[in-house]
Design a protein. Sequence first.
Length: 346
Amino acid sequence: MNPTPKELGYFFPAEFEKHSATWLSFPHKEESWPGKIDKVYPYYSEFVKLLSQSEKVCINVNDEAMKAFAVGHFEKAGVDLSQVEFFIHPTNDAWCRDHGPAFIINQKENKKAIVDWNYNAWGNKYPPYDLDDVIPTLIAKDYNIPVFYPGIVMEGGSVEFNGKGTLLTSTSCLLNPNRNPHLTQKEIEEYLVNYYGVEQILWVDEGIVGDDTDGHIDDTIRFVNEDTVLTVVEKNKSDENFSLLQNNLKQLQQMRLLNGKQLNIVELPMPDAVIWENQRLPASYANFYIANKFIIVPTYRCKQDDEALQIIQQYFPTRKVVGIDSTEIIWGLGSFHCLSQQEPAI
């Protein structure tokens, strides 16, 4: 048996640690935003503009024509193109959090590697996904760095890290029979420990209504430092998210970190329900992205937007919290965190 990343001294850093870059896959699949994909580009370009002011931005594109199309939108938005690097890596879809590279680092040896999990488009919901599945290995080849193959399905949006040995995830996603039906919870935990280099797995039950990923943690609970989580709660008792999120909150209150401490739990409001073509969309303020200089938060044209931004800002005193309207983007059933994957600095 080959040694695991953990045995070799690698681990997955928290998102709030320093990045060398953010990875994206340019949106092009019209079926992901039926009748709306053109409306997504201005908001997406605003996202890239902020990232370009914060760190290098690496973007997977299918070909030179897509690169030129992207550049046109970015120029219009005022993106710093000197900070953007395009890679001709064809993709099926834009959700780089889930199909992109899981970068792990070995601080003692000053080395970086990539974990290439299997990817099946959230339980084979949206085939084909063969191009997305190989993206991490293509990036590892470009960088000439090691790549590890656990051989099981895993998505970046389903796991959340405090950078100090703790991983948070949901049973609704990772134990769903459409992912790894041959594995028990204990066996899945062993993969998480060995390939992400963590010591402890904490589980909540649920995701939010409308989330086609079966309950990704990045729509519900996020670490903002090693012992503090922001968790979304629904104040309206008649809303279908109310009891799901209360259950998660109770579970968080029972948890203990490796040092025996309770989590510092901060409640974040949910936005008003976003409905499009009679479909409840997975709108959540928890789907923010932590960049080096900015916290980029999806907003939804409702009164809770400002409250959410203010709460998040309290936990990032050295970074600026910026809201970008995600009302069009969320029609694709994800937002800024789902679209991005951080590359840690060593």
